[in-house]
Design a protein around this ligand. Structure first.
Ligand SMILES: NC(=O)c1ccc[n+]([C@@H]2O[C@H](COP(=O)([O-])OP(=O)(O)OC[C@H]3O[C@@H](n4cnc5c(N)ncnc54)[C@H](OP(=O)(O)O)[C@@H]3O)[C@@H](O)[C@H]2O)c1
Length: 227
């Protein structure tokens, strides 16, 4: 699929990876970029079309799909991470919040936009996931692994309508969500370039760095390979 001429919608386009996607898509020749955010005042960048969107609010998601019926490429990017250990946090609130946004919010976007993409020759659906789809850390919740499974199901469901569903997996990207992390981080622009290459080359997975590609390769060895 050509990104040049795309009518794109980016969720969470006001900062971080979403902002890089919005700008990168314009630079790659997208005709329209709906730059979706909770607060459109925070959307900056010439040429973007601001759009109010909260992916956890069904009415907001439905309104976005109704407002953007010409969309050919969706970047399902919005996501959160809550602090606290799965076993020792005071409550389940953080784990529930992560699932509400990273699984159900992203799924709501897939449900709303799959028919839109189908009407527009299939298009592309890009779900921003994580190395945590494939790598387990003791404290961190399961939302990305669950979202990977959901993404695989959506891909199979919409294969017949020619929607290219791409799962993006990254370790640390240099954005606010990873600001507390003192490790090597990939730039958002680098991730965007790799994903837009995957769109053009019709690849269904875009692991962003070597560490993520290794985590993918380790899957076949099983979860307890070190023991
Ligand atoms: N950075 C990393 O190291 C890393 C690694 C792997 C995967 N990822 C994934 O990459 C994606 C982008 O994250 P990022 O690094 O750009 O993080 P970020 O800088 O924290 O940005 C998150 C974006 O998501 C938006 N958002 C959160 N909940 C939303 C909702 N309910 N409705 C609409 N927008 C919402 C935020 O909007 P507000 O500004 O209004 O809060 C913000 O624009 C996420 O899915 C994240 O999990 C990031």
């Amino acid at each position: 699929m050509n990104t040049g001429g795309a009518i794109a919608l980016v969720a969470g386009a006001n900062r971080g990876l979403g902002r890089a996607f919005a700008r990168g898509l314009l630079a790659h020749g997208a005709r329209t970029v709906y730059a979706a955010a909770h607060d459109t005042k925070a959307v900056t960048g010439a040429g973007l079309t601001p759009l109010v969107l909260d992916i956890t609010d069904p009415a907001s998601v439905a309104a976005a799909a109704e407002r953007c019926p010409d969309t050919t490429l969706v970047v399902n990017n919005a996501g959160i991470q809550r602090d606290g250990s799965l076993l020792t946090a005071d409550s389940l609130d953080g784990a529930r919040d992560e699932l509400e946004t990273n699984l159900f919010g992203k799924l709501a976007m897939c449900r709303a936009f799959a028919p839109v993409l189908g009407k527009n020759d299939g298009g592309a659906l890009i779900n921003a996931l994580s190395v945590l789809s494939w790598h387990t850390l003791p404290q961190i919740g399961s939302s990305k692994a669950t979202a990977w499974s959901m993404t695989n199901a959506v891909r199979e469901d919409r294969r017949a309508q020619d929607t290219l569903t791409i799962a993006v997996h990254a370790a640390f990207i240099d954005t606010d969500i990873a600001a507390h992390v003192d490790q090597t981080k990939i730039s958002p622009a680098d991730v965007v370039d790799q994903v837009l290459d995957a769109v053009e080359a019709v690849r269904e997975e875009a692991p962003a760095e070597d560490v993520t590609r290794q985590a993918r390769a380790m899957l076949s060895r099983g979860a307890n390979h070190d023991h």
